[in-house]
Design a protein around this ligand. Sequence first.
Ligand code: NDP
Ligand code: PYC
Length: 338
Amino acid sequence: MSETVKLTLDEIQELSLTILTKSGFGPDHAQAIADLLTTCQIDDCQSHGLFRLFMCAQTMRTGKVDGNAKPIVAPSDDAVVRVDAQGGMSLLAFDLALPILIEKTRTHGIAAMAINRCFHFSALWPEVESLSAAGLAAMAMVPSHAWVAPAGGTRGSLGTNPLAFSWPRQGKDPFTFDFATSAVARGEIELYRRAGKPLPDGIALDKDGNPTTDPTAAMDGAMLTFGSYKGSALSIMIELLAGPLIDDLTSLESLEFDGGTAGAPYHGEIILAFDPSRFSGGRVAENDARAERLFADITEQGARLPSQRRFAARAQNTARGYVEIAKTLHDDLMALKD
Ligand code: NDP
Ligand code: PYC
């Protein structure tokens, strides 16, 4: 990062709440979003921290999101908890249904949360980590807007479709990964554009279907999936599980709904949770030890586990009580605030 500005955790909250409230979010949504952005910024997730305030403000400008939506959980006796976000941002819906998902997972061994009719702008790791903090393994998936070409294609059919997973570890940070199935998140491409830097090769096509390293051309063209046809197939799976399976929109339909207004994607989300104590034949401790042996074998050879960078950033930023963000980002946020 070139020139930076230091922000205390209170300053992140205050800046977020001011911008969100000024944009038109009611107090509950503003607080949930500010908490999430603070969590992401402490963990040094630049593409889904304070930077997301622009997307939140723009989504409110579209007039499509309800800044005071009150999510509703549908009663159910089975292992699926459905929560209707009522056209608001997704976070309050997740928070409302989380204790029910945990209870259902403990009852049935495996359970799912389906969030419907939500606008979605956020990273998924805080959600799966709230489940691993309760001793459960968890996965989460969402579509987005159809910005990503399928392997072999040239135009956007798929979303950037993140997949997140978290595995609880006794006395340690969980094993978590959370990544877009596009080669990088759309937010990363926006950060390259803001910094005036070219993209790495192999990430995007221009509008004529030619490879490009120009972030603006990439955003006007199509992004590529990671891992060629493998990432493409995973992305299609996410479209299906977090779209038609739960009676909600695909990324193609989300982009149509957006109608060129540049708001956050509007669709559903699916979260799956597993209770290890119900799967491991009464041998939780032995199976935990086997998982730990695997993690040790990985790290002993110099490889790092996903999320280790993030946990190190959390420890550092929490200890010193501030984060650093790009001055250009800070300047633009101050302009949004005033
Ligand atoms: P990255 O390509 O940076 O990958 C992120 C994951 O890979 C993290 O778990 C990261 O851990 C891990 N990782 C990175 N490098 C290594 C390495 N060398 N060895 C092991 N693990 C590694 O992120 P993306 O750009 O794909 O996605 C960023 C965020 O964007 C995600 O949080 C995602 O949820 C969010 N997103 C949200 C969308 C939405 O619609 N809501 C859409 C798309 C993305 P670490 O953090 O420690 O580096
Ligand atoms: O970075 O691709 C992305 C993204 C989409 C919605 C929120 N983040």
